[in-house]
Ligand binder design. Structure first.
Ligand code: ADP
Ligand code: MG
Length: 360
């Protein structure tokens, strides 16, 4: 049984993948929408977990399809022009139908590409939603962006850690004045974060913010630095603690503190973890064995010589944050480990997984 069923929830309300739901920066989104209406380039910026990707999903969900053709890009994954055009093409073809001649679209120079975009758009406006724009390495893409901006009916919304004007790669294409506005992500108010948690809990069938008392949520916001993603992770840790401890009352900030100081949590049985362990991949097993002591991602990387990327991916699976269905098929119903509440994060095995090795 997944841990959240013990709370009467039909899903994990603290799933921290990007999502347009319960997005708290409505004002920011509203401003961005205005810039889209005036066909501008707008740069939003903020640190990890503030909701950059979620903002783009949110905007995307609000744009009426009879007026706009939104295209989402993740610049972590766009290495060059080919990839950029593949994504663009897929969306513009789906929207326009006219552009069936795929090859032609890919070939031509930047100007002929913009002509084809225009004919597919008709009266609609192209909206490029570019996530992690600061990670672009290919100047060709930067200058194609500028050409598209100039020669088509389009708006561009970017997210990045710093304002767009600080990235050298855009110096040639988005010179001064080209970017209409640079909008920072604000820090959310604690009421906003409590509202986000409440909305998420109610959506999975819970009642208000139970099992969190109001002051507990305030405390969790504080230790999360008011960062939405950290808030979700810390709420998940606390809720799992609640389940592990078989608590029958609200979680207090004192409970959260106990969790912070790493007191071991009680066991709850049911899963045959030895069998699950044997279903896991070699890397996953190695990570679990290494976590007999809490370790940070960097420490695991060093010890196991697994690349940082695959390491965090595998840990995400073990925490049931990604590829949940695949992990369910392996028999896993509850996260193998959690993250400590304070930075630098360490991964901590839940007690029953720790016990697996204590027996040996
Ligand atoms: N402003 C916000 N309002 C509501 N939820 C948010 C907000 N920011 C982040 N979240 C939630 O936190 C998680 C991480 O958000 P994400 O968009 O991936 O952040 P970023 O892209 O800035 O790293 C997601 O589950 C998202 O739904
Ligand atoms: Mg993101």
């Amino acid at each position: 049984m997944p841990w959240y069923h013990s709370l009467g929830w039909r899903g994990n309300p603290f799933d921290y993948r990007p999502s347009a739901d319960f997005f708290v920066f409505k004002q920011l989104a509203h401003e961005v929408q205005k810039h889209i209406e005036s066909s501008a380039v707008v740069s939003t910026y903020g640190i990890a977990g503030m909701g950059k990707t979620s903002l783009l999903y949110y905007i995307d969900s609000k744009l009426p399809r009879n007026k706009y053709v939104p295209v989402f890009f993740d610049f972590r994954e766009v290495a060059g022009k080919d990839e950029f055009l593949t994504v663009l093409k897929r969306r513009v073809i789906a929207a326009g139908g006219l552009l069936a001649r795929v090859r032609e679209f890919m070939d031509g120079d930047d100007r002929s590409i913009t002509e084809r975009i225009n004919s597919a758009l008709g009266r609609r406006q192209l909206v490029l939603l570019i996530d992690e724009a600061g990670l672009l390495r290919d100047e060709g893409v930067a200058s194609l962006l500028a050409t598209i901006k100039d020669r088509t009916n389009s708006a561009i919304v970017t997210t990045s850690i710093e304002p767009l004007s600080t990235y050298v790669i855009y110096k040639g294409s988005f010179r001064e004045g080209r970017v209409a506005r640079e909008l920072p992500f604000p820090l959310p108010l604690k009421e906003d974060l409590a509202g986000m948690v409440r909305g998420r809990i109610e959506r999975v069938g819970g009642a208000k913010t139970y099992p969190f008392a109001d002051e507990t949520l305030e405390y969790i916001s504080k230790i999360s630095g008011n960062i939405p993603r950290e808030m979700l992770i810390n709420c998940q840790n606390a809720a799992m603690y609640y389940v592990d401890e078989k608590l029958d009352r609200e979680i207090t900030s004192a409970d959260v503190e106990v969790l912070l100081t790493g007191k071991p949590v009680a066991e709850h049985g049911e899963e045959n973890i030895e069998r699950i362990y044997n279903n896991l991949s070699d890397n996953q097993q190695a990570i679990i064995r290494a976590l007999v002591k809490p370790k940070s991602a960097q420490e695991l990387e060093k010890e196991l010589s697994i690349s940082y990327g695959s390491l965090t991916k595998e840990v995400g699976r073990l925490m049931l944050q990604t590829d949940v269905n695949m992990m369910f098929r392996k028999g896993l119903r509850n996260p193998v480990c959690t993250k400590t509440l304070n930075r630098p994060y360490k991964y901590v095995l839940t007690k029953k997984w720790r016990l697996l090795f204590a027996k040996e």
